[in-house]
Ligand binder design. Structure first.
Ligand code: FES
Length: 120
């Protein structure tokens, strides 16, 4: 049976612990460039790639609770990845856990489960 599950990856980067409200930082996790942003006290993670023309979001800023792309100033919701300017494709977002041991970011994947055992 195919099942969806989440792999949690510890992000070994000290900048996250002190990331200030409204600030962003680009960190490559598992060869994937992500932009971490703190909004309303919560740490969020989005792919560092704007769905409009593929440019990095990490040079942008935060406004109205959204991440602003520095190229054409489209706003993206850091929770859903949705664009406020009508783009039909969202920025991919990843769940984040802040724990005593550090920050973990989730990567969704699909696997095959046989009698409760996940193959990968
Ligand atoms: S490249 Fe981001 S809004 Fe155009």
């Amino acid at each position: 049976m195919m099942v969806e599950h989440m792999r949690w990856v510890l992000v070994a980067d000290d900048r996250l612990a002190s990331l200030a409200e409204g600030s962003m930082v680009r960190i490559v996790v598992r060869k994937k460039p992500l932009v971490f942003v703190r909004i309303d006290g919560a740490l969020r993670a989005m792919e560092d790639r704007c769905p409009h023309q593929g440019n990095p979001l990490s040079g942008g800023w935060v406004a109205e609770g959204h991440v602003v792309c520095p190229f054409h100033r489209f706003l993206f919701d850091p929770v859903t990845g949705a664009c406020r300017h009508g783009l039909t494709s969202n920025v991919a977002v990843h769940p984040v856990k802040e724990e005593a041991a550090g920050v973990r970011v989730g990567f969704g994947s699909t696997t095959i489960s046989i009698f409760g055992w996940k193959l990968w």
